[in-house]
Write a new protein. Structure first.
Length: 499
């Protein structure tokens, strides 16, 4: 059986805690790998390696950092398929989806390659007689990232490339459900010339997480995951005087107005709800259909959903793979089986789906629930699976009020041909990311990603300008120098005395 160990100080370090976690192939249900689960002492070893590396990396030149990052970007590009294959084997998503994940992570590596312009300071001269004021940004020190199972390569790459470009050193704690991609990312960084200890990977469960949150040498923590854990991360790390960005869960809505192109809206709803088996925080999980178009829209979504081919992620004909674990599959299914009792119409029930030859995989089909009420479990909870709820509203105003009443505020979208309605929506809706005729409005790398309300804990969004600000701290320097012409009599530095 394959074993995944830690990556500390530029080399593989075998797990010493005696605790191991199973890693399952979601398509077969078979345990294929064991991953080391770190003790407090092993987390401390990773932080110590990062702290030692920071002594030189924190003062390294921008030219050195960007040179390594450019080489790293080239290596990641050359190994796209290798990284994607690891994602498919342990997460289950289809290979094309895994390749898309790698591409989105590469965007942030490319952003980090241009850190020289992001870290430029400001200067004001002559604020008083011979007094100048400058603002600069400096790294924090050792920072940590705790990342989820649904994007085992992309989310880590949303964090550590920018952090190390800013001069920090990094300890990554990836999900123990699909750990292999993180190790390959670290190995390729070392091959690119990243000094030992600048990037470390320590695997583990809550023991490792709590050790990072409590460690006195960790200055900041980045997190992506569910809202309850994001709240815990933020509360605990803040109490330990750390800077925190904790991105939580979501219930993303898509408002469809009567004038929308319903074919385009249906295509978008199917893609956004069921892509990556719905295991993404930017999935559209609730469609709000306004006025009389609801029945037609539901039928168009049903027609498209029924054609999606579900199968192993390494089968090039598969469009959707299995869920990450059997327990998660059963939890997702419970929302569908309980929907009718809570007033919903089950248009599509995917709970009985299986794949020939892979009967033990964590399979579930596409489910579509209509006439869903806002007090039902399927609407209130983040399901994180291929279940799409359809709610109905009589007016634009009713639809916006429904969306704004949600405790989540991650992403949302509107489908309409009316520019005025779209403009109102982007101003009135209470969410951090808005799409206009775009179902999954994930910002490009040079903008920042993050939600509002219970979808974000902390003041900074991830990557983009917010990411640079999160991984650095500002310093303002006020200077006053005597003019050379003020030198004592007898010392002539060649400056004129006529001013």
């Amino acid at each position: 059986m394959k074993t995944v160990n830690h990556w500390i100080g530029g080399k593989t370090v075998e797990g010493a805690s005696g605790n191991w976690g199973p890693v399952t192939d979601p398509a077969t249900g078979a345990v294929t790998t064991q991953v080391a689960l770190a003790s407090v002492e092993e987390v401390d070893a990773a932080v110590t390696a990062a702290r030692s590396a920071y002594e030189t990396w924190g003062t390294s030149s921008l030219a050195q950092r960007t040179g390594i990052l450019f080489r790293y970007r080239a290596l990641l590009d050359a190994h796209r398929d290798d990284i994607a294959a690891l994602i498919t084997a342990e997460h289950g998503k289809v290979h094309s989806d895994a390749l898309g994940e790698v591409a989105r992570g590469l965007e942030i590596v490319e952003l980090a390659c241009g850190i020289t312009t992001q870290l430029k300071g400001e200067l004001s001269t002559q604020v008083a007689s011979r007094v100048d004021v400058s603002s600069i940004r400096q790294p924090l020190g050792v920072v940590a990232g705790i990342t989820p199972f649904n994007f085992p390569a992309m989310v880590p790459m949303w964090m550590f490339p920018l952090a190390i470009a800013c001069g920090n050193t990094f300890v990554l704690k990836p999900s123990e459900k699909d750990p292999s991609a993180a190790n390959l990312l670290a190995e390729l960084a070392s091959e690119a010339g990243l000094p030992d200890g600048v990037l470390n990977v320590v695997h583990g469960d809550k023991v490792a997480v709590d050790a990072l949150l409590a460690h006195p040498d960790v200055s900041a923590v980045s997190f992506v995951g569910s809202t309850p854990i994001a709240r815990y991360i933020h509360t605990t790390a803040s109490a330990n005087h750390k800077r925190v960005q904790a991105l939580g869960g979501a219930k993303n809505h898509m408002l469809v107005l009567p004038d929308a192109d319903l074919d385009a809206a249906a295509d978008a709803a199917v893609s956004a709800a069921y892509g990556s088996a719905g295991e993404r925080c930017m999935a559209i999980s609730a469609v709000v259909a306004v006025s009389s178009i609801a029945d037609e829209l539901v039928e168009k979504i049903r027609e498209r959903a029924e054609k999606i081919k579900i199968g192993p992620g390494d089968d090039p004909t598969s469009e959707m793979g299995p869920l990450i674990t059997k327990a998660h599959r059963d939890k997702v299914a419970s929302y569908v089986t309980g929907a009718a009792a809570q007033g919903a119409k089950v248009v599509l029930d995917g709970t009985g789906h299986s794949v020939d030859g892979f009967e033990d995989g964590h399979w579930i089909g596409l489910s579509l629930l209509d006439h869903v009420s806002t007090d039902s479990d399927a609407y209130r909870d983040e399901i994180f699976g291929p279940v799409l709820c359809v709610l109905r509203a009589e007016t634009y105003e009713e639809g916006v009020a429904l969306i704004n009443a949600s405790p989540f505020g991650n992403g949302t979208a509107i489908f309409t041909r009316d520019g005025g309605a779209a403009r109102r929506f982007q101003l009135e809706i209470e969410a951090g990311m808005v799409g206009v005729n775009v179902p999954i409005p994930v910002p490009v790398g040079y903008h920042s990603f993050g939600g509002w309300k219970d979808s974000l804990f902390g003041d900074h969004h991830i990557y983009g300008n917010d990411g640079v600000h999160f991984y650095t701290r500002g310093k303002v320097v006020t200077t006053r120098w005597p003019d050379p012409s003020d030198a004592p009599t007898g010392v002539d530095l060649g400056f004129p005395r006529n001013h």
